[in-house]
Structure formats: C-alpha cells, structure tokens
Design a binder for this molecule. Structure first.
Ligand SMILES: Cc1cc2nc3c(=O)[nH]c(=O)nc-3n(C[C@H](O)[C@H](O)[C@H](O)COP(=O)(O)O)c2cc1C
Ligand code: SF4
Ligand code: SF4
Length: 268
C-alpha cells in the first residue's frame, strides 16, 4: 500500500472550478481537510522553492488553449518532489483538453512526482456568462459526485499498489510536441465607470496583478491579462465586462458548438 497522507491540493484556479473538483476528489479519498497550496495569486508564484516529500499531492490546472495554463506551469516549477505520488487533473470548459493532461503529467514527472492517476473534468468556461453560457454552472452535482467517485478509485489503487516503483505509466491522450498556444491577444475585461464602486474586489482576485486603482479609476494592463475572467465573475456589482468584439463572437460560437455536455474522464 502506498501511504496517502497528508493529502495536499496544489492548484492554479482563477475562477475556482479546479479547486472545487480537487476538494471533492480529496473527499472521495477520505480527506475532508486537505492542505492547500494555492498558486493562483501572483505572490504564490514568486519563485519560492519547495520540496514535497511523501503524502499524496492532487495537482489541478485549468486548460488554456488545449494546454496547461502558463501561470500554472510557472507556479508548479517551484516544486521538487521525492517519494511523492500525485494525481494529475485538468479542468476545461467543455470544448477540449487536447494536450493539457499529457503536458501536466510530463511536468509532474519532471518535478519528481509519480503520477498514479489522471483525470479531465469540466468547469464553467471562463468566458461563459448567463446570456452566453458555456458549461455554465459546472462542475454541477453530477460532476462533483464523479470527482468523489474518482477519489474512491484512486484510494483503491493506492491500497493495492506495493510501491511507487511498481506504478505503470498512465495512458493519457495527447500529442508531443504540444499544440501551439496561439498569439497573445492583448485584450482584457474593462470596468464600467458608471457602475463600478471602486471596491477593488477585481484587483484582489486578479492572478496576474493586471488591475490597479489609479486616481479613483480601475485600470487594466492589457498585456498582463490572461482572460481568466476572475474579475468579471467576482465583481459584486456586475461592473466588469469583456467588450472585445472578436472575443464576444468567439464565445457566441463556443456557446453553440460546445453545447453538448461532456463527461469527466479518468486514467488509472
Ligand atoms: C485563455 C483561456 C483559454 C481556455 N482554453 C480552453 C480550451 O482550450 N478548452 C476548453 O474546453 N476550455 C478552455 N478554457 C476554459 C477553462 O479551461 C475553464 O473555464 C476552467 O474551468 C477554468 O478553471 P478555473 O475555474 O480553475 O480557473 C479557457 C479559458 C481561458 C481563460
Ligand atoms: S469589483 Fe467591480 S465594482 Fe469593484 S472595483 Fe472592480 S469593477 Fe469596480
Ligand atoms: S484582468 Fe485579466 S487576468 Fe486579471 S482577473 Fe481580469 S481577466 Fe483575469
């Protein structure tokens, strides 16, 4: 049996869907209060190096353009592991996850972890709104039940496995070289000055410190924005919007082409 305590969650999750799924997986494993290593804030990715030894690490990242989000790669690069089993999880917005799970597996192996299971789950698309929904409201209760069930399966595998050296490589789909990420867009959501109360919630949640309050106005540095939409979803006054016409058209299309519900996939 491979020891599965402590259980720690290691994640980048601007809009919280990845974190929610990891918590449910931990519950399925029997751990209601896992340790959290949250790489979402800019400070958490400042380059403090840590070593992870033993225990079970559940690593989760959102899929951005079919790849692991770049900020997550930077955050994960701070860790080296020894004698450490890991579960690798990607969360995507009901389009595709393409090379992301393979990439995450390779990143964790390079860091010294031994991946013992992998999964792809679905979360509300970052750009989804009530009016133009893409996987809106996911993970829902069905997804969360699935996450807990996956945790149970992982636990069974850990119980049956004698040592990390006997774990076979996972058969995870994807291609290497990985797909191109696509060009940077240099666009961002903006605040509507007439409804914005300058509460600064958006600034607090921005994972790249792209938002500042300057002379009483919220400003966004477009070349820092990763379009995670944490600011849009957390604004208590609905004052932040993505107004870029091309992106609006893109999400309209996604809302149509990705309307068929996809289900979580497990690799054990
Ligand atoms: C820049 C960007 C690119 C994305 N690319 C994809 C993608 O390729 N496929 C997909 O299904 N969802 C994609 N998404 C949606 C996210 O993967 C999804 O919303 C995820 O649940 C966000 O995780 P979080 O809540 O932990 O931040 C993308 C989101 C952003 C912001
Ligand atoms: S969260 Fe909304 S109301 Fe608060 S400062 Fe940002 S845009 Fe303005
Ligand atoms: S400004 Fe950009 S990076 Fe910052 S929270 Fe908003 S969408 Fe995300």
């Amino acid at each position: 049996m491979i020891l599965n305590r402590p259980v720690r969650l290691l994640y980048f999750s601007p809009t919280g869907t990845t974190r929610k799924i990891l918590e449910k997986i931990a519950e399925g494993i029997g751990e209601d209060q896992p340790e959290h290593i949250d790489l979402t804030s800019p400070e958490a990715r400042m380059g403090q190096h840590s070593r992870i030894k033993r225990g079970l690490t559940i690593i989760g990242v959102p899929v951005y353009t079919g790849r692991v989000a770049l900020e997550a790669i930077r955050g994960l690069g701070q860790f080296k592991a020894t004698d450490a089993p890991a579960i690798v999880v990607v969360v995507y917005g009901n389009r595709e996850y393409e090379d992301a799970l393979l990439e995450l597996q390779n990143i964790t192996v390079e860091a010294g972890f031994t991946p013992i299971a992998g999964a792809a789950f679905i979360g509300e698309h970052s750009l989804s709104t009530k009016d133009v929904p893409v996987a809106h409201g996911r993970p829902d209760s069905e997804d969360l039940d699935c996450a807990a069930a996956f945790g149970v399966l992982v636990n069974e595998k850990l119980t049956k496995t004698d040592s990390l050296s006997s774990v076979s490589p996972l058969k995870i789909p994807g291609n290497f070289p990985y797909r191109e990420r696509g060009p940077a867009r240099h666009v961002s959501p903006d605040s509507d000055d007439s409804t914005c109360t300058r509460c600064e919630k958006c600034r607090e949640v921005c994972p790249t410190a792209a938002i500042t309050l300057v002379e009483g106005y919220i400003q966004t540095e477009k070349n820092k924005c990763i379009l995670c939409c944490a600011c849009v979803k957390s604004c208590p006054y609905g004052a932040r919007h993505l107004n870029d016409p091309q992106l609006r058209q893109f999400i309209q299309q996604l809302s149509i082409t990705c309307s068929m519900r996809k289900d979580p996939e497990f690799y054990l």
